[in-house]
Design a protein around this ligand. Sequence first.
Ligand SMILES: Nc1ncnc2c1ncn2[C@@H]1O[C@H](COP(=O)(O)OP(=O)(O)OP(=O)(O)O)[C@@H](O)[C@H]1O
Length: 331
Amino acid sequence: MADLLRVHNLSIEYASSRGVVKAVDEVSFSIGKGEIFGLAGESGCGKSTTAFGICRLLRHPAKITGGSVQLAGTELMALSDEEFDRLRWSKMSIVLQSAMNNLNPVLKIRDQLADTILAHEPDARKEVHQRAEHLMRLVDLPVDRLDSYPHELSGGMRQRVVIAMAMALKPSLVIMDEPTTALDVVVQNGIIRKIMELQKEFGFSILFITHDLPLMLEMCDRIGIMYAGKLVEVTAREQILHEPRHPYTQGLLNSFPSLSGPKPRLAGIPGHTPDLIRPPAGCRFYPRCSQAVSQCQTLQPTLLQDKWGQIACHLYSEEGLSREQASAARE
Ligand SMILES: Nc1ncnc2c1ncn2[C@@H]1O[C@H](COP(=O)(O)OP(=O)(O)OP(=O)(O)O)[C@@H](O)[C@H]1O
């Protein structure tokens, strides 16, 4: 599968009164054309900061300190704000948890959809209302709701409008950060089903972020697991479901009830995530890892590619144990 998005060594920091928070530390991954890629990890591990960095939504005190983000071969970090604005929505669009609350309260839905289209396609004036109607149908909203103001719609309807907006210019990548978290479960399910239908119909790629690991494992083709600002494992959904390798990935899966059949007791992960101002010197997961070997305390593992995906763990590194030894150690 050809790569659409390539993130290489992306590093992002926040300045704070206590010191510099290294929220995203040399994160690299790619997303193929038409692929749904998930980013998972405990709260505060840097998922949203990564997504915001990719779509240049970070504001002070956040700062990108290194790395590259390429979309279809274009280096996004090198674009001027004007160049990037042209690309946003047309090539890459964003659906955030709070997006439904960010619709313009004084504009009817019709005008908001029309503005999005016309900002990028000024020649589309004649057909813009027809396109807005088509977008409403795409997300299963009644066309007469085009003449409503945002406050006249439910949260679920507003989030569908946001998804319609994200689809308006047929982008090749849609970044979704907790797109349904603020909604009740039934509404969430409907919207997720709709997103999947649209993805199948139009073939765009998705960078998907959610706390809901079971949902992520249902939706995504590949998943990147982040821990304390680092990507620790990137692999296909089947691999994570059947043989999670990184001890952190294993712990994360054991924290959820419905992934691998009945579990009498959820294990969870003992301990807590490290302070990102002074992260541990070696592997950041070392203080919580029940499988740690001697070098974990001092040597930071690098993300290595093998036939199962990418993994940053001494249990799987060239100088570490072999894969077989590692699984024996787990038993
Ligand atoms: N404005 C800020 N100033 C200082 N630190 C920040 C700021 N925003 C985020 N951080 C820190 O950056 C780190 C990454 O945060 P981020 O929100 O990206 O994590 P996340 O994985 O998306 O978490 P969640 O799942 O809770 O949304 C956290 O340690 C967080 O405390």
